[in-house]
Design a protein around this ligand. Structure first.
Ligand code: AMP
Length: 284
């Protein structure tokens, strides 16, 4: 497994692999890898000749008051896991190589970026879309793997790829959870035992409404109220039922919808969601 740190070297490696007819699958991450990340990595290894995993804690998607400085960094251990999984290349650029001092070009995906996490973290998706565009240019993948855990991020990246004719398949992988339902996240490491226990109300609230959706409930107001009630012990950032492609709130379930929640616990901000597909009557 090769570790590449500069965009130029990354492009050269990718050019050479593509020139010799290899397909490339990219998994963008911020490191501190857990089983959720590894499910994406395993799919990329399975479905492509060359799997590339990027590890980059992207400064432009953090607001000044957020946890950029404290974000868990476990580079050596991450590399061991990636090597074992069969990854061909780790792309770990430095912030200096990614953003020159006078960096001034941003990717803004309108509308899809605006509610939910975009509402509480105003520049977040501009940072995400910009860095993912840069990672795509450097690694030249045919496929890129993202987790449903960040459902709005998936919608933003899909829209960017479509609008910019990038011709990259965006593969969305299911949320990997702990045995008790908590969605895996690098930020779970921040949780105290108390917060870890209270965090369970997010997935419990979502699963209960998932069951009601499967039984035919269609009214957003009723479901949002029941999620809020189940999350009364934590500070709610948002509870939204939205179209799964546009991320626009809906009042009734007509097509594929995402029920997404975010909570501000004292030690971490957590997000979780379920997606309901009415044509199949499935919750994922
Ligand atoms: P991050 O390192 O948090 O930026 O996440 C990198 C990728 O892993 C994103 O596409 C996430 O959606 C995905 N991911 C994070 N947690 C999970 C999880 N529990 N299950 C599936 N995918 C996940």
């Amino acid at each position: 497994m090769i570790i590449i740190k500069s965009p130029l070297e990354m492009r050269r490696w990718a050019d050479q692999k593509r020139a010799t007819n290899n397909t490339i699958g990219l998994v963008p991450t911020m490191g501190a890898l857990h089983r959720g990340h590894m499910s994406l990595v395993e799919a990329a290894v399975r479905e492509n000749d060359m799997a590339v995993a990027s590890i980059f804690v992207n400064p432009t998607q953090f607001a000044p008051h957020e946890d950029f400085d404290h974000y868990p960094r476990t580079f050596e251990k991450d590399c061991e896991l990636l090597k074992e999984a069969g990854v061909a290349c780790v792309y770990a650029p430095t912030a200096g190589e990614m953003y020159s001092q006078d960096f001034s070009t941003w990717v803004d995906v309108e509308l899809v970026s605006e509610g939910l996490c975009g509402g509480s973290r105003p520049h977040f998706f501009r940072g995400v879309a910009t860095v993912v565009m840069k990672l795509f240019h450097a690694t030249k993948p045919q496929r890129a793997y993202f987790g449903q855990k960040d459902a709005q991020q998936c919608a933003v990246i899909r829209r960017m790829v479509r609008d910019m004719d990038m011709g990259i398949d965006i593969v969305e992988m299911p949320i990997v959870r702990e045995a008790d339902g908590l969605a895996m996240s690098s930020r779970n490491a921040y949780l105290t035992d108390d917060d870890r226990e209270r965090a369970l109300c997010l997935s419990r609230a979502l699963f209960a409404v998932g069951e009601r959706l499967r039984q035919g409930e269609r009214e957003a107001a009723v479901m949002l109220e029941s999620v809020r009630e189940a999350m009364r012990e934590v500070e709610i950032d948002y509870v939204v039922l939205a179209d799964a492609d546009t991320m626009q709130p809906v009042s009734r379930v007509e097509g594929r919808v995402v029920l997404a929640v975010a909570a501000l616990l004292p030690t971490a901000r957590l997000i979780d969601n379920i997606i309901y597909d009415p044509t199949e009557n499935t919750v994922s």
